[in-house]
Each structure stands twice: as structure tokens, then as C-alpha cells.
Design a protein around this ligand. Sequence first.
Ligand code: ADP
Length: 249
Amino acid sequence: MMQKVVYPFTEKDQEQQKLSVFTAEKFGEIEQIHPKVVQALQESNYETMTKIQKEGIPQILKKENIALKSETGSGKTLTYLVPIISNLVHMGTDQKITREDGSYVFVICPTRELCIQCEEVAQLVTKKSKYLITGCLMGGENPKKEKARLRKGVTILFATPGRLLYHLKNTNSFLFSKLKYIVFEESDRTLDMGFKKDLEEIVEQLTQKVSFEEVQKILISANFNDSVESLYLKMSTQTIKYVGFAKQK
Ligand code: ADP
């Protein structure tokens, strides 16, 4: 039997138990990662975590808002998808999750290619939990078809900024009242590409429509610069944890 590591959820637990936070090497060694997720990962030969996954997954499980920075190819996609999907599978076991609940997760990506690529990884991780529906909203697609899909419900949604904003404003049947996570993939690049205003409007829409302070915020970037920070400050008054880097001032 593999010894499992249970990550403490509060600083107090951590002090009391004197647990080392970063001892797990494999996805399957973290108690909170659902066995169905571990199994799906194993079937695609993902077993040992990369450095950023070892650091980032416990923080996301602790429900921290995080800024996660590490070089391309270091495994950032699974760093957020594994804990998020795992939490959804746990929730889905206690209280059934159905697609009619609408979106629990928004992942905002700067490009169509990144949306498609991230959705493919999400499909792999949800392989044993088919009730978690993934989907994309992307500039250049037929908005009517997207509306029809949104009406049915998309649990984990990957979207380019302009198209997400369009549906937030124009699609009454777009369900996201249960939104729990918002991920900004390549947030520095998204801002560099001129999507600042769209992102701010998305934040404004969400602030009006859901308890946005309670939505867990995850910012992924290659460079955590002032514009990424000011985007975060527009979203939350809570402190943000830096993963993969120490913030320089
Ligand atoms: P990043 O977003 O940091 O650029 P990706 O998440 O795209 O990196 O991952 C880069 C590559 O590493 C992908 O091909 C992915 O399948 C692979 N990878 C990620 N995590 C692991 C892991 N734990 N074990 C083996 N390969 C991994």
C-alpha cells in the first residue's frame, strides 16, 4: 500500500502536524487527488509530478489564489487541471454534478490553439468522470452553435477573452452561477496581446453576476509583471500566493 500524503488545509494544521508540504513525488501519493483522476493520469503515463506540479497542486488544493510562473514545457496545465478536476470529482461524488449546473470552471486562453490544447488535457483527466463536460468558446467559431452548447451546460470551459465576454453579455442561457475557479492561462501574453480591456470587462461582468470574491483565481504566466498584478488587484482583496518564483520588488 502506498503511503498517502494529506496536505494540511490551514497554516495551523501545518504547524501542529509538522507535515512537510512537498514530500509527495507522485500524483497518487496525494490523498486529495481523487483515485479516478490518478487512474486516468496513469493510463496516459503521467505518474511522477514535475517540480511545478509538486509545488502548485498543494496550494490549489488549499484553495489559495495563486500566481504560478515557470518555463514553457514544465507542466503548468496539469498543475491546475489535476486539483480542480479532482475537487469536482469529489464534489460530484457527494452531491451530483450534472451538465445542467453550467460552468464550474473558466479557463481563459489568449489563442484558439491554446484552448484546444488545454481542453484535450482536460478530456484526458476527466476520462473516468464523463459527467464533467468540457468545451471551448473561441473567436471565429459560429456563436449560435456555441449558444446551443452553453444552453446544455459546459462544466469546464476554455475560452478566448472576446468570445467569452460576448456570451457573458449576450447569451441569457449561459449558466455559470456555480462558478468556482477562474484560470488565466498565459495571462502575461493575453495582456500583451491587447486583451486587457476584455479581461477587465469579464471581471466586471462576473463581479455583478456571481460571488466573485469566492471564486478561486489562478494566474499562469511566464513573467509575472505589473499588468498581471493589476489584473489580480481588480479581482480580489485577498493576498495571492506566488508559486514557482519569489516576487521581486
Ligand atoms: P507548460 O504549460 O508549462 O508549457 P505543459 O503543461 O504544456 O507545459 O506540459 C508540457 C509537456 O510536458 C506536455 O507534453 C505534457 O504532456 C508533459 N507533462 C506534463 N506533466 C507531466 C508529468 N507529470 N509527467 C510527464 N510528462 C508531463
